[in-house]
Design a binder for this molecule. Sequence first.
Ligand code: 2PG
Ligand code: MN
Ligand code: MN
Length: 505
Amino acid sequence: MSAVRPGILLVLDGWGHAEPGEGNALAAADTPCLDRLRATPAAVLAEASGSAVGLLPGTVGNSEIGHIVIGAGRPVPYDSVLVEERIDDGGLRSHETLGAALDGLAATGGSLHLIGLASDGMIHANVHHLRELLRIAALFAVPAVRIHAITDGRDVADGTAAHHLATVEEYAAEAGVGSIATVIGRGYALDKSGDLALTERAARAIADGTGHRIGEPEEALATGGGGDEWVEPGVVTGADGQPLGPVRDGDVVLFTNFRSDRIQQLADRLYGELAGRGVTFLSLAQYDTEAPIPALVHRADAGGGLADRLAECGVRSVRIAEAEKFEHVTYYLNGRKAGPAPLEEHVRISADGRTDHRAAPEMNIDRVTEAIGAAARRADVPLVVANLANIDVVGHTGDYAATVRAAEHTDRAVAALCRVASGTGRWMLLVGDHGNAEKMLAGAGGVSRPYGGHTTNPVPAVLVPAPGQEAAQPTGTATLADIAPSVLSLLGLGPAPAMTGRALW
Ligand SMILES: O=C(O)[C@@H](CO)OP(=O)(O)O
Ligand SMILES: [Mn+2]
Ligand SMILES: [Mn+2]
């Protein structure tokens, strides 16, 4: 252990690279420390999207796959890709559990309820998967399919929900089955902060049709004063004036998101109420719910990475992030293994109740920075891993000025952490997990709109050497898969056998 050279791995969430220009909040921000670090020869750009990390080519990066790959040291086929493969090879159509559930509906006259994010943002869901599920429902002659459409405005530009609802309706018409029964903003349906009152609003609309009544799905959008994300749960009524889609005993509920973290609160809530009434639950991909919901597509193994190697070498690490990004530096970074590994400590900086990130772009960065400092000062902790959430979380609001301020707060924190690293004899490796704030405008048809989503841009990665340490200049193309081998090498350890990335410094 004495040979281990201590360090800090700092993920700047949503820190992407693009040339300065309109809508680049990171280039516009006054960030003297980050600018200086990025100008050193130890700075490099790393691929963080598409096939470099295990996504389909051209797909924007996201926090889940970003942190998984940072930890695994290799690209990991992401759930969205595995779903696509099962669509392409016919595995979904011939899936036994799905087939049995749909045959059951054909026999009883029950309904299939498809619940998921209705956009092509490719972070939590892809509306094209819904198209395939509608086609399968038609093949099985399911009598009724009720679509519970969750509006986005976060993974895709705000104001596009009408377009996505129209796409869903087009897919239903093409399949000859399916009607939108509820329209619910993701702020309600995909809460992951533990605010059960929000989940309750979504669950009531889906389960028993309680909510604001509408004749056509698009009417729900008029309530979105807070944008597509906050569309009030709207319940579509049929010709008889009754809600189209309450869940009845014996129905089948299928969740269509492929990413678990934001749908699982709702999935657990609905299961708790409805499973006892003979409702069958299924999910397109594997979820981390408490409820035992069978998945149609299983996850790839993401183990054998940094956490396993640290445990094997007896290296203690402390993981620190604020609530929004806590599972990123723990669960995802550890290859989706729950609970701390041996010799691992987790510090979760709780949210302080301020939910408008535009008004408080500093979030809890001072408390996160203090916690990193406290861990770094401990001689028994060779590795501190932390995430600074601001650039991504504030970037998602689509508010350019607030995101510039988020980058400036991040710069201030990084400057403080450089002093901590040098004062404690540590190296510090900074990396983004995917792009976001370097692109705050997106154009379609010659019109630019505020854009708060992720990007396909590469991310900066830079080593701040420990006092007296030489930082080599990386060569060749870098990807997020190179981060775990680099961290291990900086600690003075070799890579894990499953890693395909290489040490950059
Ligand atoms: O907030 C989220 O759930 C996604 C965007 O939908 O962002 P991230 O991948 O950074 O967690
Ligand atoms: Mn992220
Ligand atoms: Mn994000």
